[in-house]
Design a protein around this ligand. Structure first.
Ligand code: FAD
Length: 321
């Protein structure tokens, strides 16, 4: 989100910009795992909200473009199979027909090269040469904005001691995620729940989100940060089985899922965001953006990305002047 928001704003201002993403499809932590026609899971970001009026306007534009919608799913508080409280209604938005759609939409506006792992940024003659993980050159650029989680940014900004010190100060928590599908619809009166007294902290029925075509009852469950940290190196299958049991316990069912998979988000949620819009080293023309600069949500990622675009545009204006 941050990288695409930055690139789309630069492109709109007439700057030539290329986006390299090691993911095959745009999305990052807003990705969707599509197994087949009947099974898909928003296995990262679950929904987003808008507090900043500028981001609110952006969300409305996505709604108008048909790539986002309000999600009016019923969210409960759940403890040992019992609903303890219904969460108060607030505007929750989702990508349509999948969470990743918002990023795919932004990606139509810029030159995005997916499946490219940028491994090195070399500084030569006041330009940046980027290389992929096989050492193949990706091009020469005046400025570079790195829009990855901080630990993944280190190798690309190591020339800047200022940026390096900052990224090393930011911590991200991990999140184990379970994806489950049931042949027979799970009988419950909610579409999502904040789970208490469990390794799981959140569960959501994917098919309850607007425009999903799932014919099977697909659910996503997300584990608590502390539990995920303890099990960080466990196997995906082991975690999936454990969290499936916890899911059934939390919802109060005994049905077995007919599809089960686990996914580890090593860098899931910033636990110590910087409260800065973005970072830029003027001497080297390299900058950083991402949710972790400003907060820990999609809104923060978008705001950070657009702030990074503004920094580049003000540099361009200064150089031209
Ligand atoms: C499990 C989970 C649940 C969440 N739930 C919510 C929620 O309900 N609401 C909410 O608002 N937010 C939620 N979030 C947070 C939200 O997803 C993030 O805040 C937001 O997506 C971050 O966007 P970003 O652009 O900053 O980073 P990312 O989405 O992480 O994007 C970074 C990109 O960099 C790419 N990359 C990394 N290294 C390289 C490299 N070397 N070369 C090329 N590309 C590279 C990655 O492929 C990725 O596409 C959740 C996140 C997780 C993981």
């Amino acid at each position: 989100m941050a990288g695409l928001a930055c690139a789309a704003q630069l492109r709109a201002a007439g700057v030539s910009v290329s986006v390299f993403d090691k993911g095959r499809r745009p999305g990052g932590r807003m990705s969707t795992r599509a197994v087949d026609d009947r099974l898909s899971f928003d296995h990262g970001c679950q929904y987003f909200s808008a507090n900043d009026p500028i981001f609110e306007r952006q969300v409305q534009l996505w709604i108008d473009a048909g790539v986002a919608s309000v999600w009016s799913g019923n969210v409960a508080d759940l403890e040992d199979g019992r609903i303890t409280r219904k969460q108060t209604a607030r505007a929750r938005y989702v990508g349509v027909p999948e969470m990743a759609s918002v990023c795919s939409h932004l990606a139509t506006k810029v030159d995005v090269r997916g499946g490219v792992d940028v491994n090195e940024a070399q500084r030569m003659d006041n330009k940046w040469n980027l290389l992929n993980d096989k050492g193949t050159p990706l091009g020469q650029f005046d400025a570079v904005i790195v829009a990855t989680p901080p630990a993944q940014a280190e190798k690309l900004i190591s020339r800047s001691s200022y940026l390096l010190a900052v990224v090393q100060s930011v911590k991200m928590s991990s999140c184990w995620t379970v994806m489950l599908a049931f042949q027979k619809r799970v009988g419950c009166s909610f579409e999502a729940a904040v789970v208490h007294n469990s390794p799981l902290s959140w569960i959501a029925r994917n098919g309850s989100k607007t425009g999903r075509i799932n014919t099977t009852d697909c659910w996503v469950g997300q584990a608590r940060a502390a539990w995920s940290a303890q099990r960080l190196e466990a196997s995906r299958d082991e975690i999936a089985a454990e969290l499936a049991d916890e899911f059934c316990k939390a919802v109060g069912i005994s049905a077995k899922p007919n599809y089960l998979a686990g996914h580890r988000w090593k860098y899931a949620i910033p636990s110590t965001p910087l409260d800065k819009q973005c970072l830029f080293d003027d001497t080297l023309n390299v900058g950083l953006c991402g949710d972790w600069c400003l907060g820990n949500r999609v809104e923060a990622a978008w705001l950070s990305g657009t702030a990074a675009a503004d920094r580049v545009l003000s540099r361009v204006a200064k150089t031209a002047g």
